[in-house]
Design a protein around this ligand. Structure first.
Ligand code: ATP
Length: 357
């Protein structure tokens, strides 16, 4: 199973290389056969050559790889993020990664946040008119097709059912944004009828944000459009304890191709200092292992990363003094302690029974 690794910019170039040894160790121990190639797509390449996502990249990824592991895109030398849009939106649209899963992991449990990832206000429909160098008219259209909303809602409800969830909340703003808002409500209500295990509710995005911050415990599953989901995931990261903790998966349910990345950006303020928290990147790898059915390896990685976050190796954003490398050294040390018991396992990731070892 080949993975395309794109460290990207800023702290992406620190947290991604730091976490890869853990992936290799787990792959070897659990017999997962995961291999990867590193691609230097990002700001440096854009500034040197003008190329973001190279021609033919989408076809090659779809043919030769099962997933992308991305660090972050963003660079102060490119204030309009042109390269980031080219690469990230190119990957999302080119590979049809329309389901974005961003778990909000809290003390009481996990809230499964699903965000539509390709349309809405991020569809790129609009334009602007300038006079004498200043923009005088600016339009960004919110575009949704019934087809994508149906596919998205159906897939997410199915996932929530598989995960044993009982409640799902649609976040919208149909009182102020009525056209796409009502489309979402209509699809949500119709699709929900096929999932009697799930109790649905609908909330306006503004009051939802207020309620989530005051008390997140009633929520189990959340479905949101592109813009609302993006904002809610940052609120979720704040509830979790910081952007360094939030991980994500962007999935095409039809092909199963997926992209895994931390929610945080390139964080230029701390880039190069070696203190970026690799937690979100490592947890994105755990999502990748889960996605491909290697739940035992994912669970072990999560346990080791959580352990490191509570140890002396914790990075400054968690109140510790550790560096990115020290954090991952701690993860690797714990993995090495656990892995000898699991070295001989079958390809499905099923730990061998005692007699088989
Ligand atoms: P970009 O322009 O790429 O979005 P940004 O700095 O605007 O970068 P983020 O990278 O998402 O946005 O980060 C916001 C702040 O959160 C950073 O300035 C940094 O202080 C903190 N932060 C984000 N990720 C991490 C991390 N992995 N470890 C520690 N701090 C982080």
């Amino acid at each position: 199973m080949r993975i395309a690794v794109v460290p990207g910019d800023g702290i992406g170039k620190e947290v991604v290389p730091a976490t890869l040894p853990a992936l290799t160790a787990l792959s070897e121990a659990f017999g997962l056969g995961i291999d990867y190639d590193v691609f230097d797509w990002g700001a440096d390449q854009w500034l040197a050559t003008g190329v973001g996502l190279p021609p033919g990249a989408i076809d090659r990824l779809a043919r030769d790889y099962r997933a992308v592991f991305l660090g972050a895109l963003g660079d102060p030398r490119i204030p309009d993020m042109a390269h980031g849009r080219d690469i990230l939106l190119g990957l999302r649209r080119g590979l049809d990664l329309y389901v974005n899963y961003r778990p909000i992991v809290l003390e009481h449990g996990v809230i499964d946040l699903y965000r539509e990832n390709t349309q809405g206000l991020y569809a790129g429909v609009g334009g602007s008119i300038s006079r004498h160098g200043a923009v005088t008219v600016a339009i960004d259209e919110c575009v949704y097709t019934r087809e994508i909303v149906e596919h998205f809602v159906r897939h997410c409800l199915g996932r929530l059912r598989e995960q044993g969830r009982r409640k799902v909340t649609l976040v919208h703003k149909s009182n102020a944004v009525p056209n796409t808002g009502r489309l979402w409500q209509d699809v949500f209500r119709r699709e929900l009828a096929a999932f009697p295990e799930l109790t649905g509710s609908e909330e306006y995005v503004d009051s939802f944000c207020y309620n989530l911050v005051r008390d997140p415990t009633p929520y189990e599953g959340i479905l949101a459009s592109n813009l609302f989901g993006d904002i809610i995931s940052d609120i979720g990261a704040a509830l979790m304890g910081g952007l360094g903790l939030a991980s994500s998966a962007s999935i095409c349910p039809e092909t199963n191709f997926a992209l895994f990345e931390p929610v945080h950006g390139s964080a230029p303020d701390i880039a190069g200092k070696g203190t970026a928290n690799p937690y979100a990147a490592a947890m994105s790898l755990a999502l990748m292992l889960d996605h491909f059915g290697h739940g035992a390896a994912a669970g072990l990685l999560r346990a080791c990363v959580t352990g490191a976050a509570g140890s002396e190796a914790a990075t400054p954003d968690l109140g510790g003094k550790g560096t990115t490398q020290q954090f991952m050294d701690q993860v690797m040390a714990q993995l090495e302690r656990e892995l000898p018991n699991r070295r001989r396992v079958d390809v499905d990731g099923r730990p061998a029974a005692a007699g088989e070892l």
